[in-house]
Structures are given as C-alpha cells and as structure tokens.
Design a protein around this ligand. Structure first.
Ligand code: CO
Ligand code: CO
Length: 324
C-alpha cells in the first residue's frame, strides 16, 4: 500500500492534521480550534459463522481506529456487498442488525450506507468521530521509559483460519467472538484518563507489524517480553496445524530484519506475535509508573486481559527486541 500512496498526487491542506502520507489508517481533519473530525473505514469477508456476530465484529473493528486516536465516534455508514440470487435476505438483516447494535453501544448512529452485488459477502463501515485537535493520540509519541500495555489477547487470525478450515476446537469460536465484539471504547477512555503517550490498534499487521510502525514513527526501540503477552490458549496448536494466515506469514517475512527475537522464545509463539488481528486490542505506550494503574482499572472495567507486555527504550539499530 505504501507504494500506491507514494504515487498519488499530494494536495496539501492545512486542515488535514493526519492524512494519507503518514500511512495511518484513519485521517483527521480540523474543523476549528476546538474540534476535528476523525475518519476511518474498514470492511472484510465473514470471520465467524454467525451473521449477527459478524456484523458486530465488523463494526467494533471499524470503530477501533477512532478509539486508538482518543476520539469519540459520532456517525457510521454501512458498506455491504452480497450475492443477490443465492443469499437468504434474513442473513443480511442479521449482519446489519449486529452492526447497528454495536454502533449504538458505541454511542454513535448509523446514518446510511450502500450495498452492491458481489460473489462473496463483504461488510464494514465508514466511521466519523470527533476529537480535540490538540489531543490526538498518534503512534509517534512513545518515549524511552514508557511501558507497553496490550488490551486484548492475540491469535484471532489463527482462530478465524481454523473456523474457516472447520478445525476449530470446542469453545474457541465463542472466545474469539466475544473478544472481537468488544469495543475498544473502555480501553480508550481509560488510557485518556490515566495518561497516554502513544497508541495504535492491533489489526492486519499483527502485534509486531503495528509495533514496528510505532517504533519507526516514535524513533524508539520497543522491547517485548513474549511470555507476558496474552494469547488465546490454543493458538500455538493452530500454528502447529499449519493454520497460519497468508498475511501473517508476509508480515513475518517483511519485518525479519527489523526485529531481533531471542532464540529461547518458542517458534510457535513467535508466529502468534505476527498473527493478523481482526478487531484486536490497543497497544498503549504510557509512562512506566502509570502502567500498573491502567491495567488495574482496565481489568475492573471488563477489559480482563489487559497486560503490561514490554517497554520503550532509546533507539538502537533495531526497531523491536523480543525476549522470553
Ligand atoms: Co483500521
Ligand atoms: Co488502526
């Protein structure tokens, strides 16, 4: 995508506070000194079997970039592609109902949308939120001495892949659905309350990919303690079963020179760290002494897996270090 963005015309606009040139997946446009718009869009093919859950997950995922920046979602628009002839209309109702309920839970409103015919179902939303122009949380604010907190377990890509291959273990679809349906709203509000230097949501590039972006943007090195990173229990089994999604393999290949991984970290666990996430959690960088406070508050507020998983160091010749 960086290749494509690089070849697009650049139309400078002083109101564009965060734009396509920073490769962020959300943009920020200033209305006045008190208010800016945060805009983002995401959609994808079904990730779980239940259409209502799929709708909720697509909405939670689309809303996530607004939360990662510390914004408040206001409105959302649906985009839905579906096979006109073969599909039961009740399924579409369920998907859109899931999306609408999740947007409502976020305190935002669905204002419309667009559908078109396609061979495969795809659903997602374009979300608009508001934020104070001076209070935008970006991925470039991580400072040496900060701690790194992750708010949801890793491994959604592996479990989705197991669901699609009909090889998922009892209970995992339920577990992963619950996690992907959870909004990053509480995580976002709590980080703003406690204090935050930098944040990103963990989606398609996996923990390592999004951490790499944060390290580069912040000009620091991120150090992770692999055994402290929350993951879904069966993930390493799915790795051994050969269920690693193609995009996760690509991230690992692409980032191999930017990351040093201690040889004592299990190979299966390494693959989970690169796993592409759908509606993943927030990776939050904040002053070290506040990290325990943040995690305690998050766990009290039903973000039960929130954990301190690493720390921010002065920039070295490598972007990320992973130790056991
Ligand atoms: Co996104
Ligand atoms: Co994002």
């Amino acid at each position: 995508m960086a290749y494509v963005v690089k070849h697009l015309p650049d139309y400078p606009n002083e109101r564009l506070l965060v734009g396509p040139k920073t490769f962020a997946d959300a943009g920020v446009y200033k209305i006045n000194d008190e208010m800016a718009l945060v805009e983002t869009l995401d959609f994808f093919t079904p990730v779980v079997n239940n259409p209502y859950d799929y709708g909720q997950i697509a909405a939670a995922n689309a809303l996530s970039d607004v939360y990662a920046m510390g914004g408040k979602p206001l409105t959302a628009m649906n985009i839905l592609c579906y096979p006109l002839k073969s599909l039961d209309k009740d399924i579409l109702v369920e998907i859109l109902k899931g999306g609408a309920d999740k947007v409502n839970e976020a305190g935002a409103t669905v204002v419309g949308g667009h559908t078109l015919q396609d061979n495969e179902i795809k659903y997602g939303l374009s979300v608009t939120g508001i934020i104070h122009p001076d209070k935008i949380v970006t991925n470039s604010g991580a400072r040496p001495g900060d701690a790194l907190v992750l708010t949801k377990p890793l491994g959604t890509g592996l479990i989705i892949s197991a669901i699609k291959a009909n090889k998922v273990f009892e209970g995992d679809e339920h577990l992963v659905t619950r996690s992907m349906c959870q909004l990053n709203k509480t995580a976002s509000e709590t980080m703003l309350e406690v204090g935050v230097s930098s944040c990103t949501d963990i989606t398609g590039f996996g923990l390592m990919g999004h951490a790499y972006e944060m390290a580069e943007a912040s000009k620091v090195t991120l150090s992770f303690f692999a055994e402290r990173i929350p993951i879904f229990e069966d993930c390493e089994r799915y790795v051994r079963m050969g269920l690693i999604p193609g995009v996760s393999k690509l991230s690992k290949k692409y980032l191999k020179d930017a990351i040093t991984i201690d040889s004592k970290v299990r190979e299966e666990l390494v693959d989970v760290l690169f796993d592409a996430q759908t509606s993943g959690g927030l990776l939050i960088s904040l002053p070290g002494e506040k990290a325990e406070i943040l995690c305690t508050k998050l766990r009290e507020r039903d973000v039960v897996m929130a954990s301190i998983i690493g720390e921010v160091c002065e920039r070295r010749d490598i972007s990320i270090v992973v130790t056991p």
